[in-house]
Design a binder for this molecule. Structure first.
Ligand SMILES: NC(=O)c1ccc[n+]([C@@H]2O[C@H](COP(=O)([O-])OP(=O)(O)OC[C@H]3O[C@@H](n4cnc5c(N)ncnc54)[C@H](O)[C@@H]3O)[C@@H](O)[C@H]2O)c1
Length: 456
């Protein structure tokens, strides 16, 4: 019982596997991505997540944490198999289940006795049942009749605080129809049970919906405060004070009330769209969530309008963007607002200099690989006539050199206390767009900048 296998070794799978091994379990993390598994075997983490490296090193060297590309090895290894593969959005917004169902098929091809298959991926309501029938079909074809149970155990960790969240969750949700599986799951999370973590036991469909409802609600809070911020801009109010005062009301709560350039990341954008889709499938209008999806798109566009409104024509202008990750303390750039903002700035004729403390490699590899770019350190002025659109810099001060404007898109701590006089002296212009409201307007203006925040 103290062995676990994880299928899919991404942000969720790797954090889950590493933390469970820290809880004293023997864990095999399996992935189809050979390079990823090779790296992990060589001692290199494929993602950045605070606190993960230490736990990984400790448990990998002790032999409790193993990595493999062999599904048979993973299925043989344990009775409990977590599925933590991606569920990216399809063109119509619905979740693409091909990876979940393919993982289910390969588990079924290899199982040789009772298994508990735990779905940790975020999946539409009804997926647990689909996984069950997928496995049944394969077992039937194999002419074997092994017993198995399906559990939905959605994950609520936040990137950037994933280890902490996994170790100290607000709740554990377990959806299953099987008493045996329920007891097995309680044992898996016994360490958390002992520190009084609340458990919610429910059926498969409810557990699946809890995850979408939670993410959509948090996204709604962000969308709501962003709209209030836009209204604050129009009427001269201060959104920081509005959200602080709102948050003091225990019924509202202070979290997820920070105005900004719109939410991004691998979860909120896709999960809100998927929930709208689930509603469509069951003939239930998700009108609030639908509005959140469109208001978030508007918010990103509105950031460009702010820049255009202050600076006018962007052709020939150099704009420094600070932060590429969708939030601080992660290297994840999936759906990051910075990406659409940068693309639009370039479309408007600007050249963009960028820096992020951790996400530069991902941006090069996955976001801007088709764009003509150079590394700073080249004499940027000598490239003025070129069609170079993007310049990768090594810190915020290099970004400032020759820039007409600075735009803070991700609120890394490193950007919260910059030497503004130094920045200003390096720049050609004096526009300062603080899309995360991390600076006091008066402090920035004192240094000679024209300040624009979001809703204040
Ligand atoms: N990232 C988050 O913050 C977060 C938080 C909560 C829930 N989730 C959900 O968890 C799931 C995983 O998200 P993620 O961010 O870890 O994804 P990810 O893209 O980082 O990792 C998914 C991994 O699954 C692997 N994979 C795909 N098909 C496979 C197969 N058949 N067998 C083995 N491995 C396979 C991929 O190679 C990849 O390494 C998603 O459903 C997501 O919505 C994510």
């Amino acid at each position: 019982m103290n062995t676990v296998s994880i299928i899919g070794t991404g942000y969720v799978g790797l954090v889950t596997g590493t933390c469970l091994s820290e809880f004293g379990m023997n864990v095999t993390c399996m992935d189809v991505d050979e390079r990823k598994i090779e790296k992990l075997k060589e001692g290199i983490l494929p993602i950045y997540e605070p606190g993960l490296e230490q736990l990984y090193e400790k448990n990998y060297s002790s032999g409790r944490l193993k990595f493999s590309t062999d599904i048979k090895e993973a299925v043989d290894y344990s009775t409990i198999i977590f599925i933590a593969v991606g569920t990216p959005p399809m063109e119509d917004g619905s979740a693409d289940l091909q990876y979940v169902l393919s993982a289910a098929r390969s588990i079924a091809e290899n199982m040789d006795g009772y298994k508990v298959i735990v779905n940790k991926s975020t999946v539409p309501v009804g997926t647990g049942k689909r996984v069950k029938s997928t496995i049944e079909k394969v077992l039937c074809r194999r002419k074997v009749n092994y017993k198995f149970d399906i559990v939905s155990n959605p994950e609520f960790l936040r990137e950037g605080a994933a280890v902490r969240d996994f170790m100290h969750p607000d709740r554990i949700v377990i959806g299953t129809e099987s008493e045996e599986a329920k007891n097995i799951m309680r044992n898996i999370y016994n360490v958390l049970y002992l520190i009084d973590t609340p458990f919610v036991f429910t059926n498969l469909e409810t557990a699946e919906l809890i995850k979408y409802a939670s993410n959509a609600f948090l996204a709604t809070k962000i969308g709501f405060i962003n709209e209030i911020a836009n209204l604050c801009d129009a009427i001269g109010a201060n959104v920081n004070d509005v959200s602080r005062a709102m948050g003091m009301d225990g019924r509202i709560g202070k979290y997820f009330l920070h105005a900004g350039p719109g939410f991004g990341g691998s979860c909120f954008p896709k999960d809100t769209k998927a929930l709208v889709n689930i509603g469509n499938e069951y003939d239930t209008e998700m009108s609030i969530v639908k509005s959140v999806v469109s208001s978030n798109e508007n918010q990103k566009r509105f950031m460009i309008e702010k820049i255009l409104c202050a600076m006018g024509d962007l052709r020939g202008k150099v704009i420094g963007v600070l932060g590429l990750a969708f939030k601080p303390e992660t290297d994840d750039i999936r759906e990051a607002p910075a990406l659409s903002i940068i693309n639009e700035l370039i479309k408007q004729g600007a050249r963009v200099k960028v820096y992020d403390p951790i996400a530069m490699d991902n941006a090069r590899k996955y976001a801007f690989y088709e764009m003509k770019s150079i590394d700073a350190g080249y004499d940027f002025k000598s490239h003025v006539g070129d069609d170079v659109s993007l310049v990768y810099c090594s810190d915020e001060y290099q970004v400032a050199e020759d820039a007409h404007a600075i735009v803070i898109v991700t609120e890394w701590n490193q950007f919260r206390n910059m030497d503004l006089l130094k920045m200003k002296s390096l720049m050609r212009g004096n526009f300062f767009f603080d899309l995360r409201n991390v600076y006091e307007r008066s402090k920035v203006e004192k240094c000679g900048f024209i300040y624009t925040g979001v809703g204040r």
